[in-house]
Design a protein. Structure first.
Length: 271
């Protein structure tokens, strides 16, 4: 069965019509990777994957992360009875990309809807390739050699704006990472590295740094670069972690919303 691709917005988001046997065979894996790199987000609807098939499909696309949950499945839930790190996962409600503190950020992630909330809980994605490409030439020159420090501590101020001293000290034990503000990819394309973990721009004063990072985040997340996914149970969605930011929209913590995630290991160093 040939893939049928339906683009949802000009810059980001495509639905792919395919059958499970074709996807598990790996015959379209390179094609799917190419579409994902160009479109940022792809999804499959109505295929009713199970956990084993989700992981098997992921392995046709790249190397899965061995530490990702049980047998390659990590449960995304704000219920501490389901996920002991539920409070930390509240950070997923703010624009971010995964693995900003890792040498090789995740290539991509597969997310499958198991249980949905009655309201809220959509996931939004923005295309940081397109956002960079549509910057003015002057902006591109100004940003070309800047570096931004990412930290887990910075992201936690979104969740707990008034952290206690002990909480601050705890999060400051996590490492920080200096990253280029403009990521130059092996493909030759460039993307912007901003989001909740972006702490400050090296060599800038506090006010100038915060203003620039906020301006670039707002630029990346303007409507034309964003795709909002309205989940249906059973949807399997894949996003390119190296070329997008994402966030979940608020929902009731006790709603039972549950997603099963599988991560594809990073293939490109962030230096």
């Amino acid at each position: 069965m040939a893939l049928k691709i339906i683009n949802k917005t000009p810059h980001i988001g495509s639905e792919i019509d395919a059958d499970i046997d074709t996807l598990l065979s790996g015959s379209e894996s390179q094609n799917i990777r190419n579409i994902l790199e160009q479109r940022g987000v792809i999804y499959f609807r109505g295929l009713d994957f199970n956990d084993q098939q989700q992981v098997a499909f992921a392995k046709t696309l790249g190397q899965t992360v061995a530490s990702e949950g049980e047998d390659g499945i990590y449960k995304i839930s704000l219920d501490e009875a389901v996920n002991a790190r539920a409070k930390y996962l509240q950070g997923s409600l703010f624009w971010h990309f995964d693995g900003s503190l890792q040498p090789y950020p995740n290539l991509a992630a597969l997310l499958r809807a198991i249980q949905l909330s009655d309201s809220g809980g959509q996931t939004e994605f923005c295309n940081t390739y397109s956002a960079y490409e549509e910057l003015s030439d002057q902006d591109k020159r100004n940003l070309e050699h800047l570096r931004v420090v990412h930290s887990a501590e910075r992201s936690q101020y979104y969740v707990t704006p008034e952290m206690s001293y002990q909480e601050v000290k705890l999060w400051q034990q996590s490492p920080t990472k200096s990253c280029p503000l403009v990521w130059r990819h092996k493909s030759g394309r460039k993307s912007l590295l901003v989001g909740a973990t972006a702490d400050y721009v090296e060599g800038f004063g506090v006010e100038e740094s915060r203003a620039l990072l906020a301006r670039l985040r707002d630029w990346c997340t303007q409507e034309k670069f964003v795709y909002r996914h309205e989940w249906q149970r059973g949807d399997l969605l894949i996003w390119s972690n190296t070329g997008t930011l994402h966030r979940a929209l608020p929902y009731e913590m006790g709603s039972g919303r549950l997603m099963h995630r599988t991560i594809l290991a990073g293939e490109e160093a962030l230096l």
